[in-house]
Design a protein around this ligand. Structure first.
Ligand SMILES: [Zn+2]
Length: 838
């Protein structure tokens, strides 16, 4: 097919050939036989059907989007680089989106259910292969009660239309096919007219909620083009589906067919049967029916208690607690009833624990223990909840133990949040932020928070689905499983938490912080949650990597999840979403560092923070240059950092910045192996001279007037290396000067003259200066400790340096695991205090 005429036709042709060639190379490299599908794409590239895609490739080339091109050009490809077919699919999705408006309002053709079911199979196959979903223009969920909507038939649906004020009453037919965050199915109405349906973020128990041949309502349906390109009814918001179990009273006559004939006792027996088979959802439905059938007295208590147990298993903790408390007889005269009350209190307490309502859990347990003081389960849970209360109140955690327990099977931690040192406030020009509620000292805990939802790549629920968002019209890495997990969890979360999460910032504000329960369901706007996650989720390390901090060294600061424009489609392996810590704003001159332990974030102070001061951490590593930093913050979070450091760097010329970056790169390499090279007598003086020259060169790239009051962190690695060299050569005074200078460059005054009262007194921020804390400071302080030990009068000071090193290490790592390596090195160096290196 001939392509559209374009002005740069020739250039495009050349590019097309290039990409077609690269595609062939790509296939060869991967030793993959071109599947017919890929072959078709290659042909389409050749024939020019993918002009838009070509432009994007060319843009990617210019932009050095190494991921795409590495894959195309034969460089080692990164594990998650997108495959060409996926990129082309995205392109198709984009084209489809563009043509959607032209289809708006078109009449839908009537379809036989056999045709729809046959197509469904095909859709499922392609969906499973491609694992790719598109997000349309966001639209809000239905907030109107079912009673107020007008029931329409499938034949009344028109394409690309949100049928506001209307609802379908339809029957589910055929299989339900779950593919990652999308569940495919088919429906038909009373006329026998049928249509495919795509349900996103479906309840994990959807198959039980809507078994085949079940009638249900779909509020305000949306008929559109589905993932496969065929016409579908698309359901994005779980609350838009109303099963007949949840019908309002006025409509409940629809549901009262078979259920009216069974007694409450019979329903309870049915429920128990399902419970034994671990079919909790069905068990719950049966117990609900028992309640509706009029269970009374002891039977009512039994059913409520059983229902609580089932809801605990289903993760519906609020309901579980309500039902557990409804099962309390308060009849202490009957030992049997008393024992059952103990059980019910335990279920209430377990639900409170899962809801993280620690004080409430403790109160539930006190009631349990009043009835049965030696109850094992009760005593054990009391111990756990008391530990949580202590964490919440005092911020005392056993971090080394928590780290030790982490594994792939158990990547989540059982801890309470510690948030009382921070307050939510408004941050000038940046919306809301977190502020210190009290003075916080360097190295101390600011905040500990367990993620609302965290997903780990190896878990079966974490899909590799790629999400294509038509709005930014660019490839966007997005953690689909985290999105789905959050939408699903919010359905069963207390409204207060829903509100807290809903008022986080996202591009599309949806329902805002309004929380609504309509027709028995919590209304959650899935698009709003999508955008909140895009702006607020974090990539987190796997437990194995977290444990790597046990080795001496600092884990690199992790970029929050979201679109990293240089890594298109790079979906972070493990992601987490925090409701409170998400409020911390960015600064290139932060006063806090974050660390992750499993699914918990630990924030520590890297400066002394005064009460009322805003807590800030770096979303983007400050060590990136200003251009990179601003590009990232603008693309992912939509703001441009205007801190003093960005200001100063922006005033520098490209030439100066380039010179510095080159010197920093060299310094980093040299610093890494300078000490190793020192053993080589032939190399020694040469290497040291090289380092000294580099130090001078680096120093020369900073205009001191421009950097007045600002840290010059690029100098630290080479300074730390040189300090270590001078120490080893026994050049004490040069060593001390270098250490003091290095701290000075980072905005600190380090006193190496006489021991202070406390170690912390020896390190203070320079008046009017911004300070930086970085990993090399630990090494510098260890060197200071070494060199001070040389003279008897400085022994105390030496130990104080070691103490300071420990404080900085913990401020950066949150845990002291790994510091023992520094200790061991220092202890060993006592014997070989000054190496005769000259
Ligand atoms: Zn900045």
């Amino acid at each position: 097919m001939p392509s559209r005429v374009s002005p740069d036709r020739e250039g495009l042709d050349a590019q097309r050939q290039e990409v077609a060639h690269a595609l062939a190379g790509y296939l060869q490299k991967k030793k993959r036989k071109p599947t017919s599908e890929i072959q078709i794409y290659a042909d389409r590239i050749r024939s020019g059907e993918h002009d838009d895609f070509m432009r994007q490739i060319s843009f990617a080339l210019q932009d050095q989007s190494h991921l795409i091109m590495a894959d195309l050009g034969g460089e080692p490809a990164e594990a998650q680089s997108p495959e060409i077919p996926t990129l082309l699919l995205m392109h198709d999705a984009n084209v489809q989106h563009k043509t959607a408006s032209s289809r708006r309002g078109q009449q839908r053709a009537r379809q036989d259910s056999n045709i729809v079911l046959a197509a469904l199979d095909q859709m499922a196959v392609s969906q499973k292969e491609e694992s790719f979903v598109t997000i349309p223009e966001p639209y809000p969920p239905c907030t109107a009660p079912l009673e107020s909507l007008e029931v329409i038939k499938l034949s009344q649906l028109t394409t690309e239309t949100h049928h506001r004020g209307e609802a379908l009453f339809i029957e589910r037919i055929g299989p339900l096919i779950v593919t990652s965050i999308l569940t495919l199915g088919a429906v038909k109405d009373v006329d026998g007219d049928a249509e495919a349906i795509e349900i996103y973020h479906a309840d994990p128990h959807l198959a039980d909620m809507l078994p085949a041949s079940t009638l249900f309502f779909l509020k305000e349906p949306f008929l559109t083009r589905g993932a496969s390109g065929k016409s579908v009814i698309r359901v994005d918001h779980p609350a838009d589906i109303v099963g007949i179990d949840n019908l309002p009273k006025s409509l409940s006559s629809i549901a009262s067919d078979q259920s009216a004939t069974l007694t409450a006792l019979e329903w309870k027996e049915i429920g128990n049967g399902y419970f034994t088979k671990q079919e909790y959802f069905k068990a719950g439905q049966a117990y609900q029916s028992a309640l509706k059938a009029g269970a009374e007295d002891k039977l009512l208590l039994d059913v409520s208690r059983n229902l609580a147990r089932v809801e605990l298993a289903l993760g519906r903790y609020e309901k579980a607690r309500t039902n557990a408390l409804a099962a309390i007889s308060n009849d202490e005269s009957d030992p049997n009833l008393k024992a059952l009350d103990v059980k019910a209190y335990f279920r209430a307490a377990s639900a409170s624990y899962q809801l993280r309502h620690w004080a409430q859990c403790e109160a539930d347990l006190r009631k349990l223990l009043a009835l049965s003081p030696n109850n094992d389960d009760g005593v054990r849970l009391l111990g756990r909840v008391q530990a949580r209360l202590s964490e919440q109140k005092r911020g005392v955690y056993d971090f080394p133990q928590l780290l030790k327990r982490l594994s792939r099977q158990q990547p989540r931690v059982d801890i309470a949040d510690f948030t009382k040192r921070t307050l939510i406030g408004s941050s000038k020009g940046r919306g809301r932020g977190l502020f210190a509620a009290e003075d916080i000292t360097l190295g101390e805990l600011i905040l500990v928070e367990k993620a609302f939802v965290a997903t780990f790549e190896w878990e079966s629920t974490t899909s590799s689905t790629k999400v294509y968002d038509v709005r930014p019209k660019k490839f966007d890495g997005f953690p689909a499983a985290l999105w789905q997990g959050t939408v699903q969890k919010l359905q069963h979360t207390p409204p207060q938490t829903v509100a807290e999460i809903s008022c986080l910032t996202g591009r599309y504000s949806g329902l805002g912080s309004k929380t609504l329960k309509v027709d028995g369901s919590q209304v959650v706007d899935a698009f709003q949650i999508h955008d909140i996650i895009a702006a607020n989720a974090f990539a987190i390390p796997s437990p194995a990597k977290t444990k790597r901090t046990e080795a001496f060294g600092v884990m690199k600061t992790i970029l929050p999840a979201g679109a990293d424009p240089t890594k298109a489609m790079d979906i972070p392996d493990n992601c987490a979403f925090f409701s409170h810590a998400s409020l911390v704003n960015h600064s290139c001159l932060p006063n806090a560092t974050r660390m992750f332990i499993g699914d918990a974030m630990v924030l520590r102070a890297t400066k002394n923070i005064a009460k009322g001061e805003e807590i800030l951490h770096a979303y983007v590593l400050p060590s990136f240059g200003v251009t990179e930093r601003q590009m990232r913050t603008e693309t992912v979070w939509g703001f441009r950092c205007d801190c003093k450091l960005c200001e100063a760097e922006s005033e520098e010329s490209e030439e100066v910045r380039g010179r510095r970056a080159a010197a920093e790169g060299e310094a980093g390499r040299l610093a890494n192996d300078i000490v190793t090279h020192l053993a080589d007598a032939a190399q020694r003086s040469n290497i040291i001279r090289q380092a000294e020259r580099l130090y001078a060169r680096l120093k020369g790239t900073f205009d001191l007037a421009l950097y007045e009051g600002l840290p010059r962190a690029g100098m630290t690695p080479i300074q730390a290396a040189l300090a270590q060299v001078y120490c080893l050569r026994g050049e004490q005074s040069r060593c001390r000067t270098m250490i003091v200078d290095a701290f000075d460059c980072l905005g600190w005054t380090l006193s190496l003259h006489k021991a202070g009262g406390e170690a912390g007194d020896l390190l203070s921020p320079k008046a009017g200066h911004q300070t930086r804390v970085c990993e090399e400071m630990v090494g510098l302080l260890a060197t200071a400790c070494r060199v001070l030990r040389e003279s008897k009068k400085d022994r105390k000071l030496a130990e104080q340096m070691r103490e300071l090193a420990r404080t900085i290490y913990i401020a950066l790592n949150s845990v002291e695991n790994g510091i023992e390596k520094m200790d061991a090195e220092l202890d060993a160096s006592k014997k070989t205090a000054s190496l005769p290196l000259r």
